[in-house]
Write a protein of this length. Structure first.
Length: 341
């Protein structure tokens, strides 16, 4: 059992670092991180938008998997073009397998009519992967009764760090109509998008192999349905991604409750919303989520309750995640009917 305890983190590390089935980072609050997954979503809802994300996963199984991400987006005055910056840092397992990446997003928005638009975007950037193999314990270092760090592991690495370029493209469609106020609350909005990541298929190996990263395909969408003459909205959403043999599907929804209306023209009174809901990551976890919005700020929190076969080791404990969002004041006060938030 002691050997298994030490080998399990190693298996996780190499499942991520040395096989093409490894998936990229993921956030349970994916609706708050749309430009990470699809560059066409950059500037799709606000003139200025910035978000921060922090995720801590599998703390009970091995060294916690920690992910930190930041996005910044801005639209030009005509609202037909947008640019964005994405940065994330992800550290996984006992070997401190770390990925740091920064991207630039460029997006164009084409109005189809007063209520809908088509968006297309690209991203390009650089990433660095590193690993610290000295912290790992190998089966060859067990002398039959105990672990002996003086024994040779029999493992060798070509490098402990490498850098590679990355690129991707995306498309999105968005539609919106109606108002989000108690006296009407007849809003109906939705968006849907498709993106392709790792178009250049960068090399992915710390060893002397020629394995390359699989391309990643992402389909994501969301909807907001106002319940007329009530302070309630229904906000379902989903994201599906596939990368080689690895697949991920998250689907679910939130109930959004208007706590306080904002002043439509002056903006002196800040509106407040509270959203509570649940999502399911297929064959992996139940995600409990909440979002509190006040004025230009939003604070999100979620927790993954592990339901996969890993639950025996994780004791049903998965990932804890926080998000913080800021949007420009003009977009908060004057809500265009063609925007989905």
């Amino acid at each position: 059992m002691k050997i298994a305890k030490h080998i399990f983190p190693i298996v996780l590390v190499f499942a991520m670092a040395e096989t093409t089935s490894a998936q990229d980072i993921h956030f349970s609050q994916f609706s708050e991180a749309q430009s990470f997954f699809n560059p066409a979503m950059t500037g799709i809802t606000q003139d200025i938008r910035a978000t921060m994300h922090y995720r801590n996963q599998w703390k009970t199984v091995a060294s916690p998997y920690k992910t930190f991400g930041v996005t910044a987006e801005m639209r030009n005055k005509s609202q037909k073009f947008a640019w964005g910056l994405n940065f994330f840092s992800d550290e996984a397992g006992d070997a401190s397998l770390k990925t740091v990446q920064g991207n630039v997003n460029l997006t164009g928005h084409i109005p189809l009519n007063e209520k809908s638009k088509l968006s297309g975007g690209i991203f390009a950037g650089f990433a660095q992967r590193s690993i610290n193999p000295s912290t790992l314990k190998w089966e060859n270092q067990y002398n039959g009764s105990a672990y002996d760090p003086n024994l040779a592991s029999g493992e060798s690495f070509l490098t402990n760090s490498y850098t590679y370029p990355d690129a991707g493209i995306g498309l999105a469609y968005s539609f919106g109509q109606g108002e989000m106020y108690i006296r009407s609350n007849d809003a109906f909005k939705f968006n849907i998008g498709f993106a392709m990541h790792h178009l250049n298929r960068p090399k992915l190996s710390f060893l002397s192999s020629d394995e390359k990263m699989d391309m990643k395909y992402v389909v994501n969408g969301g909807m907001l349905i106002g319940i007329k003459n009530t302070p309630l909205d229904i906000v379902p959403s989903f994201m599906y991604s596939t990368q080689g043999p690895a697949k991920e599907l998250i689907m679910g929804g939130m109930i959004k409750y208007l706590l306080k209306e904002d002043s439509k023209y002056t903006g002196y009174v800040k509106g407040q919303y509270l959203s509570i809901g649940a999502f399911y990551r297929n064959k992996d976890a139940l995600i409990l989520s909440a979002l509190y919005e006040v004025g230009q700020m939003a604070f999100g929190i979620s927790y993954d309750v592990n339901t996969s076969t890993l639950k025996t080791a994780s004791d049903y404990k998965g990932g804890f995640e926080l998000s913080l969002r800021f949007i420009s004041a003009s977009d908060y006060i004057f809500k265009s009917s063609a925007r989905f938030k």
